[in-house]
Design a protein. Structure first.
Length: 177
């Protein structure tokens, strides 16, 4: 969920698909050993950054049991299905971001969003829990909530989600605006 929209008056509307709205419930899904290793790598990367050294990278998506941001059983196959072979996307990020992760709670700013907001929430999302996203949709003054029975990565090819998003845009964004 774009927290920046809460501070940007020029945003006409927001669509958040499989939205990440609160790090705390997500962290509860992470095995303690994985959290400890990610924290260690984050500290190591922070020290390297302060010394002007190259970053320590972690994988954004990995198999269960690995140290990566998303390791649910459906994460790696779901992500690989979305990334084209010729893509320039790299499955990595600077490990120091993990030190700030617990403080990232963009759903708490939902009440400050003056524009129309559509949250497309996956009820079976194993990566970003649905409950905080549903709560954020209810807090947004002009929030709309659509629920899908899919998982985190399935929504990207869901015709119903696309239809809902197009309908939302046609209703809330003026033509030519």
């Amino acid at each position: 969920m774009p927290a920046v929209a809460a501070d940007g008056p020029t945003v006409a509307a927001v669509i958040a698909q499989a939205p990440f709205t609160d790090a705390i419930p997500t962290l509860r899904l992470v095995p303690p050993a994985t959290a400890a290793r990610a924290t260690f790598e984050g500290i190591r990367d922070e020290v390297r950054a302060r010394r002007g050294r190259t970053p320590v990278y972690l994988s954004a998506v990995g198999a269960p049991g690995t140290v990566a941001a998303m390791t649910a059983p459906d994460a790696q196959p779901g992500s690989e299905a979305l990334v084209a072979p010729e893509s320039l996307w790299r499955n990595e990020f600077a490990a120091r971001l993990m030190l700030r992760f617990a403080f990232y709670r963009p759903g708490r700013k939902a009440a400050r969003l003056p524009m129309p907001v559509l949250l497309c929430v996956c009820e079976n999302d194993s990566t970003t829990p649905a409950k905080p996203a549903i709560a954020a949709a209810h807090r947004a003054p002009r929030g709309e909530l659509r629920l899908y029975s899919s998982g985190h990565f399935n929504i990207y090819h869901d015709p119903a989600a696309l239809a809902d998003q197009l309908d939302f845009l046609q209703r809330v964004v003026p033509a030519g605006g």
